[in-house]
Write a protein of this length. Structure first.
Length: 243
């Protein structure tokens, strides 16, 4: 397990002085990126091998969002490598909380390896997964519901306010950052976003790039508010569900 400690900043909180959900996702992404860099699997390694981990989905269970100036411990560990997929857990805890205390946030995530030379996903080479397996030393996975491989949306949904991708949405891959899709979806929902505790399910289908239009549509499915972030042809960039 890899962990780092931080303090919730003013720039990361909402009007209620709680950590925003996009800022929470930034912490999770940073944690896995810090671990990869520590293991020698960071930007230089990716540049030389053209192999990169891409996030396909995650389930984020939020019991409570930390407040401004709270000290938190963000942790992550790999939980499995099988075929084209890999899985990784995360927790966010209050710093100094007892070891058996319930985390503020629990997360499961699904990843795949993308080969930049071939331009497609590939089976994970042993050399790419061994550093995480050796480091993690068998940390048990969280007891969470399995992430479905496919989410099907049958209805067209209610159109919400569209967004055009700007440079502020992009990451180092020149794609819209994972947290930005969630920010767009939650922004489209506005006051309909429930307060914690809540569960967030996010599935990524294709990457939006600079200048693309993102067209949110609201669907009410199985008790959840689901926003599909679509291109102009109705194909999904991402699906974000809140329950």
């Amino acid at each position: 397990m890899y962990s780092f400690t931080s303090r919730v900043r003013y720039s990361e909180v909402d009007e209620n002085w709680r950590l925003t959900i996009p800022a929470l996702i930034d912490y999770l992404q940073d944690c896995s990126t810090f671990q990869s860099d520590l293991l020698g699997m960071g930007p230089e390694h990716i540049a030389s091998t053209k192999l990169a981990w891409m996030l396909s989905a995650w389930k984020i269970e939020i019991r409570e969002l930390p407040r401004f100036n709270d000290e938190i411990v963000v942790s992550t560990w790999a939980t499995g490598f099988k075929g084209l997929r890999a899985s990784r857990n995360f927790t966010v805890r209050a710093a100094g909380a007892p070891a058996d205390a319930e985390p503020l946030v629990r997360t499961d995530s699904s990843w795949f390896m993308f080969d930049g030379n071939k331009g497609r996903p590939v089976r994970t080479p042993e050399s790419e997964c061994m550093p995480y397996m050796e480091r993690d030393g068998g940390d048990a996975p969280l007891d969470m519901p399995a992430i479905p491989h496919v989410v099907r949306i049958e209805d067209e949904g209610e159109p919400l306010v569209p967004v055009q991708v700007t440079a502020a949405h992009l990451d180092t891959n020149h794609h819209v950052n994972n947290a930005q899709y969630v920010a767009i979806a939650l922004g489209a929902l506005g006051e309909r976003v429930p307060a914690a505790p809540l569960t967030l399910d996010v599935h990524y289908s294709q990457a939006a790039k600079l200048g693309d239009g993102i067209y949110p549509h609201l669907h009410e499915l199985a008790g959840a508010l689901t926003v599909t972030l679509d291109n102009e042809d109705g194909k999904h960039y991402a699906i974000v569900s809140v329950s």
